[in-house]
Design a protein around this ligand. Structure first.
Ligand code: HEM
Ligand code: HEM
Length: 183
């Protein structure tokens, strides 16, 4: 059992790294996806989409690492809320994990159904060239999950800020990098 020292009341550095790297990458992916169409059709747009796909694969790696770390050596802390709020917090966290996994899987499937060129250098063969409807449907699902993640992550971040600025407890500090405790 881990000793209950002040350090043990915080998440470990690896968990904190995974949390913020995931959050940053989700934001970059969401914003990046919406700028792909700003690029003129042709090699530049292919490059923009390739960046989105490549960072998507990086996100998949981070997610696998994060889940394995959480299941093995990552520090798990009891949630700060009781009763109904505890259930809401748990459902939000599991919901975010589930949606991120779904986003990555649907993103990979989307890449396959569309077929693509990665940085104008590697060809990703198309799943069924005769089916033009499927890529549109999968894109709709992908974009919709993106909106749901954004909404849920917004509520989750809002709750963290309520803990910090209204209830003034240490929940946000538990997920902050070590040398930056809030004054
Ligand atoms: C949390 C992570 C992700 C977010 C927030 C995200 C977000 C989005 C959004 C909002 C779109 C639709 C853009 C539009 O309406 O035209 C999109 C398109 C796309 N995404 Fe993702 N995505 C993520 C992860 C991935 C992953 C892991 C892959 C594959 C490895 C991927 C591959 C694609 C592809 C191929 C498109 C189509 C781009 C186009 O139409 O030009 N995405 N993504
Ligand atoms: C896309 C963005 C985000 C995602 C996907 C995300 C996801 C998660 C997940 C899954 C957990 C549960 C950790 C676990 O038990 O394994 C968590 C915890 C936490 N997150 Fe986020 N998060 C995001 C953004 C944010 C933001 C912007 C903040 C702060 C403003 C924040 C603050 C926290 C805090 C304080 C905890 C620990 C809660 C506790 O232990 O009671 N998160 N996050």
């Amino acid at each position: 059992m881990q000793p209950v020292t002040p350090a043990a009341r915080r998440y470990d550095a690896t968990t904190i790294f995974f949390h913020w790297a995931t959050a940053a990458l989700v934001a970059v992916q969401w914003l990046g996806a919406h700028t792909i169409d700003w690029f003129p059709r042709g090699p530049l747009r292919v490059d923009a989409r390739s960046v989105h796909i490549t960072l998507g694969v990086v996100l998949a790696g981070l997610l696998i690492g994060r889940i394995l770390w959480r299941l093995t050596r990552g520090r798990r802390l009891p949630l700060a809320d009781d009763g109904a709020l505890n259930i809401v917090a748990k459902a939000t966290h599991w919901g975010l994990y589930g949606l991120l996994i779904a986003m990555v899987l649907v993103g990979l499937f989307l890449t396959w159904t569309r077929g693509d060129s990665l940085f104008n250098a590697f060809t990703i063969p198309r799943y069924d060239p005769g089916d033009t409807a499927l890529p549109h449907q999968v894109l709709e699902v992908h974009a919709t999950i993106g909106w749901i993640i954004l909404g849920l992550a917004g509520l989750h971040a809002g709750a963290a800020l309520v803990h910090r600025y209204l209830w003034r407890d240490g929940v946000l500090d538990r997920m902050r990098p070590a040398r930056s405790t809030i004054p």
